[in-house]
Design a protein around this ligand. Structure first.
Ligand SMILES: [Zn+2]
Length: 311
């Protein structure tokens, strides 16, 4: 089993304690080894080919009037090189380097080196946050970036509210009755695909509360033995997925909301027979299903899927 989820790190040194240091930012900006990972239309720049890579651009590609501390975010040191990110606002994707293309990270993450996928996810998450907080949530004045792009400060002197990057915690859970897994599907998904139960944590809830509530609302099943498994940053735009397993105390499925189009119990035999289609292996939902499936012994889920994909 892989040791960590795709997009999870650590893949760079964030050097968070140095963000206040304006000299550090200026030095990184002046260093010709520094690189930038741009984001356009929520997409990351990829060197396309057999083995895709993240495009790390020379800072000279950035228009000179944008090479400053209010336009750029300094992400940290990646492979001993300072990496910046910035958003490109344009109707059409700009051509910045031959052989590259702006791509949705969700579609290419599993093909990229893990460190680069994580770096691009971080860039995308930071750009999305900055993009959505151009104005102060308290008084409505424009905000301006501070601390290497990691704080947005209100420009109204009477307010000066500081906005920090936001993430939205969401639980995702593999519920089992021992032999079977409880999986659901949303109407918008490809036909036949089912996945683990998931939902956002609400104010005033613990993670365990959220697991029990979401499973009950979406399937009518009561659970206990809620145990943390692993987590995955999911910056599309700002989620943190917290993966759990749980034991079903009941088996009768009765959906209480319309979040899911359907929910069913599936046995390992069902999955071996190719039913249902499971989520892409880049996701923590796949990892949770895989973990449950493989605990049953016999051929591993990945081997079965790879074999059927190559037939
Ligand atoms: Zn304000």
């Amino acid at each position: 089993m892989q040791s960590r989820n795709i997009l999870a790190g650590p893949y760079l040194d964030r050097a968070a304690h140095l963000r206040k240091n304006a000299q550090r930012f200026a030095t990184a900006l002046a260093d010709e080894r520094s690189r930038a990972v741009p984001v356009w239309n929520s997409c990351n720049l990829i060197i396309v080919g057999e083995a895709p890579r993240a495009a790390l651009l020379d800072l000279s590609v950035i228009p000179e009037q944008r090479r400053n501390s209010s336009d750029l975010t300094l992400l940290g040191r990646f492979d001993d090189i300072d990496i910046f990110t910035y958003e490109i606002e344009a109707l059409e994707p700009p051509v910045l380097q031959t052989g590259t293309r702006f791509e949705d990270l969700r579609l290419v993450a599993s093909q990229l080196p893990a460190e680069e996928a994580g770096l691009l996810g971080y860039a995308r998450g930071m750009v999305a946050w900055r993009n959505r907080h151009r104005f102060c949530g308290s008084c409505g004045f424009p905000t301006i970036a501070s601390r290497a792009g990691h704080v947005l400060v209100c420009t109204n002197p009477a307010c000066s509210h500081e906005q920090f990057p936001r993430i939205d915690p969401a639980i995702i859970v593999l519920v089992s009755d021992g032999e079977r897994a409880l999986l659901g599907r949303q109407a918008a998904w490809p036909a036949g695909r089912y996945s683990t139960i998931a939902g956002f944590v609400e104010p005033g809830e613990s993670l365990e509360d959220a697991v029990a509530r979401e499973v009950l609302e979406e399937t009518g099943i009561t659970v206990d033995q809620i145990e943390y498994q692993s987590s995955q940053p999911w910056p599309f735009p700002s989620s943190l997925m917290l993966g759990f397993s749980a034991r079903a105390l009941t088996t009768r499925i009765e959906r209480q909301d319309d979040e899911l189009e359907d929910a069913q119990w599936f046995s390992r035999q069902d999955l071996r027979a190719g039913r249902p289609l499971v989520p892409p292996n880049v996701s923590i939902s796949f990892r949770l299903i895989e973990q449950w499936f493989d605990a049953g012994g016999g051929p591993k889920l990945r081997e079965i899927l790879n074999a059927s994909a190559s037939r």
